[in-house]
Design a protein around this ligand. Structure first.
Ligand code: MN
Length: 309
């Protein structure tokens, strides 16, 4: 979804990339906000943890049933320096972007858009599904690719792996011995886990820091219950993590090598300096060709000047 993140939502000063590296579990409550017409639970970014590997943003959208069909969605808006990862549990969305992509996404499929130097996109609700439920995340791009060309990928089929106490779908990276075909610019993983009681021992890479975002149901970590709307940070240095379940649950496991660069996140941009973010905003406002145009029926999204200008 991305969309109009206000200055109050995201730190406007550069933060440290990466995590603590300590094998801890921290439950970090997200907050409710609105992206276009969609209610979302924003679990990343979260002070003080700004990234989990390259994962720097996560909006759990819905589940929501609109009063009128076709009224969800988000109008054209720009991105730079990041990849958007869109994953649905219910409903469908039509992705439109300035590269000319037009792609319907349904549950179990992956949309991966690489912004690089600049791209714009919209996500429309075709109006056929009653309920919308999904998650959109961002992956920060490193210096190696963040000024490169934009790209878009749709994956209708992804590897499904058998796990103790359930199964998983590998969105990006390797998990459970299977590798996603999706582009990956850094060492990271994203997998949807569908688990049932009494639980599961997740196998993890000790060189990755990990976090769990529960999308449906709940899981137990020690004596604590993790429900939707919370980022459960598992830290780094683990090769296994045990979850107990008293009901079926669906959760997204994200992880990666701690991000090596300092980020400046503002609005829909992942930058390094305020100057870069200011220039990108100005170019979007002036309809500069950098971000192109999106053939969408929805209204273009604008933002005011950042607080440092
Ligand atoms: Mn977006």
């Amino acid at each position: 979804m991305s969309g109009p993140v206000t200055t109050a939502d995201v730190p406007a000063t550069p933060g440290e990339g990466g995590g603590t590296g300590a094998p801890t579990v921290e439950l970090e409550p997200g907050r409710l906000t609105q992206v276009g017409s969609l209610p979302v639970r924003r679990v990343l970014p979260h002070r003080p943890r700004k990234t989990v590997g390259a994962w720097c943003f996560a909006d759990h959208m819905g589940p929501v049933t609109p009063e009128a069909p076709g009224t969800l969605g988000i109008g054209p808006h720009p991105h730079m320096g990041l990849q958007t990862v869109t994953w649905l549990i219910e409903g469908e969305l039509l992705h439109l972007d300035s590269l000319g992509s037009e792609q319907l996404i349904r549950p179990g499929q992956l949309n991966l858009m690489t912004a690089g130097h600049g791209v714009a996109h919209a996500e429309e609700d075709p109006g056929r599904a009653r309920t919308m439920h999904g998650i959109q995340l961002w992956l920060a791009q490193t210096e190696a690719t963040r000024n490169g060309e934009a790209a878009f990928e749709h994956h209708a089929e992804l590897p499904v792996v058998e796990l103790e106490g359930g199964e998983g779908t590998v969105l990006v990276g390797d998990y459970g011995g299977r590798e996603s075909p999706a582009r990956r610019d850094t060492e990271h993983v994203g997998a949807e886990l569908r688990l049932r009681p009494p639980g599961s021992a997740l196998s993890l890479r000790p060189d990755y820091e990990h976090a769990l975002i529960v999308l449906e149901g709940s899981v137990r970590v020690g004596d604590r219950v993790v429900e939707p709307g919370v980022l459960a940070s598992l830290g780094a240095g683990r090769d296994e993590f045990r979850l107990e379940l008293r009901e079926p649950a669906r959760a997204l496991l994200i992880g990666g090598v701690p991000f090596p660069e300092k980020l400046l996140m503002w609005w829909n941009f992942v930058a390094r300096t305020t100057e870069e973010a200011s220039e990108a905003r100005r170019q979007w406002a002036e309809r500069d060709e950098r971000f192109g145009s999106v053939p969408s029926r929805l209204e273009r999204i604008e933002v005011g000047k950042p607080p440092w200008e």
